[in-house]
Design a protein around this ligand. Structure first.
Ligand SMILES: [Zn+2]
Ligand SMILES: [Zn+2]
Length: 533
């Protein structure tokens, strides 16, 4: 039966260029999407640019532009980065799009009507000069712990997380005026009401998750879980669909994460699929959420709680594909160290499939990984040039040069055929569990096997002594090449398409391919060029 597969890639924040840490965390989503499409499932793979919130409004103030200009600029950049790396999103959108906003308002109202969002009046810092309530980050003052300069949410000096009420000598960040307290009303989400259900959910589903996901989720559940503010004093964001809240916006933590639903619904509309049916809890619905480990509780606690509050029938996250961190030359990546490599930097220097291969083969799937320039070149030369590229090229070039590019139909080696069929099963089960690194390793072992088969069977001698035996070996190697183009397709799609073009192979699907005739080679292209250090 065709499965409904929803894959949600984390929504990057429109505040800075994407770097290799983002790429390492997000690339698994594309591998999954391409794999499931090859299994003929109904795949919806979505993401978008997270464009609201105070960091963007603050930056807009400093740069004297509209927050929207900043969001749009990064949205364009991100969209191009993903396209250049062959990410196959069914929809890559942004939270400033009106479709998202309208749908989010609908979900917000639903949660309000279901009784999970309530109003509370509290004292909040107010600036008399600016005539506005101040959000955490618009307040500056003195840290109660170290006496250093603090913002409303954090001390800049000792980095302790703070709340505005902790801070001494509070001033408005914009005008420097003293703040006063004034009654203000906000809406809150009743997160604690879901604590038991969330605990059951994490214990039951978490069995399949990565260790970091289960640990972070349990940690979150063991801590004090207060009601969460659902609105903010801001004018940049999604409007609150409730009267009396015109000067406030829906808090980003609610609104951005609901993007998975709004984007999925949009794709369903385009495909004329019933959205509610698609995302309904069932044996043939499966969802994957793909992100870095700093984002885990949003996908294992917050998002499921919102889903429960909106509609109990909706399927909760099944698989949590939460990466560890990518370090840079054995150091943590950070802006202050200036050691961040952006996706654009990588693309300027390397081929997109080399980047994709490296990021899965050497990515932070289960433990922190390390990016190193020399390593990158070594891995590219060793595996892509030396193993995969070599196997394809030595076979096809030989036939192209010596035999007019015609591979005669022969008999496929029994052992190779059996290994090929079982490899598909093995790699399928690894990919579906999110074990992409091991899946890719198995595929590369298949190329190593191909080279060994070629060396052991010496087609360059057989061609002179026994043409039938030569045809069998070459045909078997071509059969392997055809299947390499399917097996590797989720990882390095553009290379696989090149192979398919050289041999006029069938369209990609994730299953064994047998060509039942002579094969004419159209052209021989070098798949990967050796890189110099
Ligand atoms: Zn002020
Ligand atoms: Zn401090």
């Amino acid at each position: 039966m065709k499965r409904n597969i929803l894959i949600g890639g984390a929504w990057p924040y429109a505040n800075n260029s994407l770097h290799i840490g983002h790429l390492a965390a997000l690339l698994p989503g594309d591998v999954l999407a391409r794999y499931f499409r090859g299994k003929h499932d109904e795949v919806i793979y979505v993401s978008g640019t997270d464009s609201h919130g105070t960091p963007i409004t603050e930056r807009a103030k400093v740069e004297k532009v509209n927050p929207e200009d900043i969001a749009k600029k990064y949205h364009e950049e991100f969209t191009k980065n993903f396209k250049d790396l062959d990410f196959s999103y069914d929809l890559y959108t942004a939270t400033f799009k009106s479709y998202h906003k309208e749908k989010v308002k609908g979900y917000f109202l639903k949660m309000y009507e279901n009784g999970y969002i309530f109003e509370k009046e509290e004292d909040q810092d107010y600036c008399d000069t600016c005539k506005t309530f101040l959000s955490d980050r618009e307040i500056v003052g003195i840290c109660p712990h170290c006496g250093g300069e603090a913002r409303g949410d954090q001390c800049e000096n000792c980095l302790t997380s703070l709340e505005p009420k902790d801070i001494k000598d509070k001033h408005c960040k914009t005008c420097g005026g003293k703040t006063t307290l004034k009654k203000n009303k906000h809406l809150y989400f009743k997160l604690p009401e879901f604590k038991d259900k969330l605990t059951d959910f994490v214990l039951e589903n978490g069995k399949n998750w990565r260790k970091n996901a289960i640990n972070e989720s349990k940690k979150y559940l063991s801590q004090n879980m207060p009601n969460r503010a659902a609105t903010r004093q801001l004018t940049w964001g999604v409007e609150v669909p409730i009267k009396g809240y015109e000067d406030k916006r829906i808090y980003v933590w609610i609104e951005a994460v609901l993007g998975y639903l709004t984007a999925c619904e949009k794709v369903c509309e385009e495909r004329h699929i019933d959205f509610k049916e698609f995302v309904k809890k069932s044996d043939h619905f499966k969802s994957y959420y793909v992100h870095g480990k700093d984002n885990i509780p949003f996908h294992t606690i917050i998002f499921p709680a919102l889903l429960m509050a909106i509609d109990e029938d909706m399927g909760l996250p099944n698989e949590i594909i939460s990466s560890e961190y990518m370090n840079m030359n054995d150091e943590k990546m950070s802006k202050s160290k200036g050691n961040m490599i952006t996706i654009q930097d990588l693309l300027n220097e390397f081929d997109k499939d080399s980047i994709r291969y490296y990021m899965i083969a050497n990515g932070p799937e289960k433990k922190d990984a390390n990016f190193n320039h020399d390593d990158f070149i070594n891995i590219h030369n060793k595996f892509l040039v030396g193993v995969l590229g070599n196997f394809v090229n030595r076979n096809l070039s030989f036939v192209y040069k010596k035999l007019d590019g015609v591979i005669k139909k022969g008999k496929i080696d029994d052992d190779i055929k059996a290994k090929t069929i079982s490899l598909y099963q093995n790699v399928s089960s690894l990919i579906e569990k999110g074990e992409l690194k091991l899946a890719l390793e198995k595929c590369m072992e298949y190329c190593i096997l191909g080279n060994k088969y070629y060396d052991d069977n010496t087609p360059w001698i057989k061609v002179k002594e026994d043409i039938n035996a030569f045809n069998d070996v070459t045909y078997t190697c071509t059969y392997m090449i055809a299947n390499i183009a399917n097996l590797f397709y989720p990882f390095i799609p553009s290379t696989c398409l090149k192979i398919k073009e050289m041999l006029s192979l069938n369209e990609y699907q994730f299953e064994e391919e047998v060509i039942d005739s002579d094969i004419k080679i159209n052209n021989v292209d070098i798949l990967f060029q050796k890189l110099e250090k």
